[in-house]
Design a binder for this molecule. Structure first.
Ligand SMILES: N=C(N)NCCCC(=O)O
Ligand SMILES: [Zn+2]
Ligand SMILES: [Zn+2]
Length: 322
């Protein structure tokens, strides 16, 4: 879309019932229908990197299905994200389920292509392994990026069964590769048992700060968002959201659930508090619909992706207006 064209928005739910037709994210047009997008929503159906329950390969489509109920105006950010910028569903990046290294390369190459068109990425996982190739691609464009990582887990472990690329290791690899700005790295929602205290000292050495789920509960979403915003400043920011940052009551459909997590309200409020950050791309991962009930997890994930998309669309529109 050039700057003077009107974005093509979602199917009008007052004319076509929202449960009709094939699902795209928020009932938006497909990328091939609009040519190019400012924000491309893409799925990565891959879960060969998991250490426990499989099934996140079905996450992207479950989020698309749940996103049928999203509406075009976002009152929390006073914005109509799909009118401010062209948001489109780029379909899935098809990756080899039997070869993790090849899958990681395929995701990186597909992300390079999409970012090369000028789009920002809103990626729907898939397991957390995919954050590494996405960060590689974003860093090629923007240099080392600030990272906000919402997760019960640190995901800075070294290897599992000798494997370097897994859903528990993407951020250690990313630090080793120099693609993160180590002055602005934070985990949010961290909790649960670890292998040892060393996990925390290693993580701290890599440069991460931790806001635990108990910190969020005690200090509240606004204060946490203020602190994160100060740490991030105007650096290019990537947000990676493992849906297991939420309590299993809010996100039962995930592979490695941990008790004592954030509420979906806390997550959404923190994101809204980050609306002024320079969000260059984001992912929502680890939705495993086989363990879900009544779309609890995929509804939470669809609203999470909606807030992230709204942040990006607003920034694109603001940059255009300048
Ligand atoms: N990234 C997610 N969801 N989980 C990582 C857990 C790694 C472990 O099994 O210790
Ligand atoms: Zn996790
Ligand atoms: Zn994770």
């Amino acid at each position: 879309m050039s700057s003077n064209e009107t974005p093509r928005g979602p199917v009008d739910s007052s004319r076509v019932p929202r449960y009709a037709g094939p699902a795209t994210f928020a009932r938006l047009p497909r990328l091939d229908e609009v040519g190019r997008a400012d924000v491309a929503v893409v799925g990565v159906p891959f879960d060969s990197g998991v250490s426990y329950r499989p099934g996140a390969r079905f996450g992207g489509n479950a989020i698309r299905e749940a996103s049928r109920l999203l509406r075009p105006y976002n009152p929390a950010q006073d914005a109509s994200p799909f009118a401010l910028a062209q948001v489109a569903d780029g379909g899935d990046i098809a990756v080899n389920p039997f070869n993790i290294n090849e899958a990681v390369e395929t995701v990186e190459a597909a992300a390079d292509d999409l970012l090369g068109t000028g789009a920002r990425l809103m990626t729907l996982g898939g397991d957390h392994t995919i954050a590494l190739p996405l960060l590689r691609s974003v860093a090629k464009k923007h240099g080392p990026v600030a990272l906000l990582h919402f997760d019960a887990h640190l995901d800075t472990w070294d290897t599992y069964f000798g494997a370097e690329y897994t859903h528990g290791t993407p951020f250690r690899r990313a630090v080793e590769e120099g693609i993160l700005d180590t002055s602005a790295l934070s985990h949010v929602g961290t909790r649960g048992p670890l292998y040892g205290k060393q996990d925390l000292t290693d993580d701290e050495k890599m440069g991460f700060g931790i806001v635990t789920s108990a910190d969020v509960y005690r200090r509240g979403a606004d204060e946490v968002a203020d602190q994160l915003r100060q740490r991030i400043g105007d650096r290019p920011l990537y947000i990676s959201i493992d849906i297991d940052c939420l309590d299993p009551a809010h996100a039962p459909g995930t592979g490695t659930p941990e008790a004592g997590g954030m509420t979906s309200r806390e997550l959404l409020e923190i994101l809204r508090g980050l609306a002024s950050c320079n969000l260059v791309s984001a992912d929502v991962v680890e939705v495993a619909p086989a363990y879900d009930h009544a779309e609890i997890t995929s509804v939470a994930a669809s609203h999470t992706a909606y807030e992230l998309t709204t942040i990006m669309s607003r920034q694109i529109a603001e940059a255009r207006a300048q």
